[in-house]
Design a protein around this ligand. Structure first.
Ligand code: PMP
Length: 443
């Protein structure tokens, strides 16, 4: 009997009682490889001694002080570190408690920016179908996952969704990836012209789509063209790196690989690696200056912004990643994971696509490889894969989305950055068994 309103009321949960390195343990002492880091959260794995020591030290010194009165040392040190390594112009940062809050803050910064600079007519958001930006009302409005949005639609702010950049589904035969990237970006310009660009405040996109699509990277040149279009029409670019950011794809920020810097960039999961709830919104100097030279405030805030314990944990996590050169391991193990997935699933009759960047990889499951037809939603394949994997000591995130009104099944792999080759091999082996068992049940 539980008194918690769990996400899935009728699906009993095991109790996690411990974690060390890449493994989690339940109340019966069973071990699970944390192959998706929860939901791309646990970048350092579990129980890292340096992070634990930083948390103890901060708890001893100061757990909390309200930001109406004080700033704190860990918050200032973390901000300094983050902006030093951030893409061009992202010179300031705003600390919150998670990804949805970071996206909400970005949306409100965009709106307030246009009010401050005398363009109050800009309030619309353009975003993409097949995207997830969080579950609070603003972030949910921006996201394009219809299943999540449907019942809340009357509460959502005005957002216009264009096609995602999703080569497996939308690239045409004979079209190169670069041609496809430009064509996909054109949808943004078409939408801005349809709406009247002077009414739009921001375009929101994930550089590598996570929860709804299973690690789908933007096609070559797509984000660069999107940046040009935003600049041409004076629209702010928000790149949501909550899931794909903070090293997950092999560079600190995923957009670095596309040669693009956004105006606003929410990050979260890998920032604190799960040791504390923390998210952040990076903002450009231009936006900061508009606030500083205008009303002199950002009209927003939560009780726990800049939380000293959360900032101390994130600072320790980021220091370990830098000191141990873990992004090199993300790149090397990412290549190894891709190779192993391709060997195991490259000819699998029900695997349509293997994609991703770094240690952020997705496998798309299809009923039929030729037609790319997904499995029927009623089969609940995602849930079956998750259960079968857990039975085999593997925790993997079953991403799910809707493709043109049709449900799709994906598995998202996002193991801790500390993973080694032998553990990658075990993940792929167990995933193969779990997929085959789940598909056999569903057939
Ligand atoms: N944006 C993206 C891209 C995400 O993947 C998520 C979480 N899956 C969020 C926002 C929301 O983050 P949170 O669950 O921490 O609120």
């Amino acid at each position: 009997m539980t008194r918690i309103l769990h996400r899935q009321i009728h699906a009993p949960l095991r109790t996690a009682t411990g974690g060390r390195g890449v493994e989690l343990f339940d109340q019966e002492g069973r071990a699970y490889i944390d192959a998706s880091g929860g939901a791309a959260v646990s970048c350092l794995g579990h129980g890292h001694p340096d992070v634990i020591a930083a948390l103890h030290a901060q708890a001893d010194r100061l757990a909390y002080a309200h930001t109406s009165f004080f700033t704190s040392e860990p918050a200032e040190a973390l901000a300094e570190r983050l902006v030093t390594d951030a893409p061009a112009d992202l010179d300031y940062v705003y600390f919150v408690s998670g990804g949805s809050e970071a996206v909400e803050a970005a949306l409100k910064m965009a709106r307030q920016y246009f009010v401050e600079i005398g363009q109050p007519g800009r309030s619309r958001i353009v975003a993409r179908r097949q995207s997830y930006h969080g579950n609070t009302l603003g972030a949910l409005a921006a996201g394009g996952n219809e299943w999540r949005r449907a019942q809340f639609r009357p509460l959502l702010i005005e957002t216009h969704h264009i096609d995602p950049c999703y080569a497996y589904r939308y690239q045409r035969p004979g079209e190169s990836e670069a041609e496809y990237g430009l064509r996909a970006a054109q949808a943004l310009e078409d939408k801005l012209l349809e709406l009247g660009p002077e009414t739009v405040m921001a375009f929101v996109a994930e550089p590598v789509v996570g929860a709804t699509a299973g690690a789908v990277p933007a096609a070559t040149g797509y984000l660069r063209r999107v940046r040009e279009i935003c600049d041409r029409y004076g629209v702010l670019l928000i790149l949501d790196e909550v899931m794909c950011g903070m090293g997950r794809t092999g560079t600190l920020h995923a957009c670095e690989q596309d040669g693009v810097a956004p105006d606003l960039m929410p990050v979260a999961k890998g920032l604190g690696g799960g040791y504390q709830p923390i998210g952040a919104t990076f903002l450009s100097g231009r936006i900061y200056d508009a606030f500083a030279n205008g009303s002199g405030l950002f009209q927003h805030g939560h009780t726990y912004i800049c939380h000293p314990m959360a900032c101390a944990a994130a600072l320790a996590v980021q220091e370990v990643i830098a000191r141990e050169n873990l992004l090199d391991n993300v790149k090397a193990m990412g290549r190894h994971l891709r190779r192993r997935l391709t060997e195991r699933f490259g000819n699998h009759p029900h695997v349509g696509d293997i994609r991703g960047r770094g240690l952020f990889m997705g496998v798309e499951l299809v009923e039929d490889r030729g037609s790319k037809a997904p499995f029927a939603p009623a089969l609940k394949l995602n849930g079956r894969v998750k259960r079968e994997a857990m039975e085999r000591g593997l925790a993997v995130y079953p991403a799910g989305g809707t493709i043109d009104g049709v449900h799709g099944d994906h598995v998202l792999l996002a193991p801790p950055f500390i993973i080694d080759a032998a553990t990658v091999d075990t993940i792929v082996e167990r995933l193969g068994e779990a997929l085959d068992a789940a598909i056999a049940q569903a057939a």
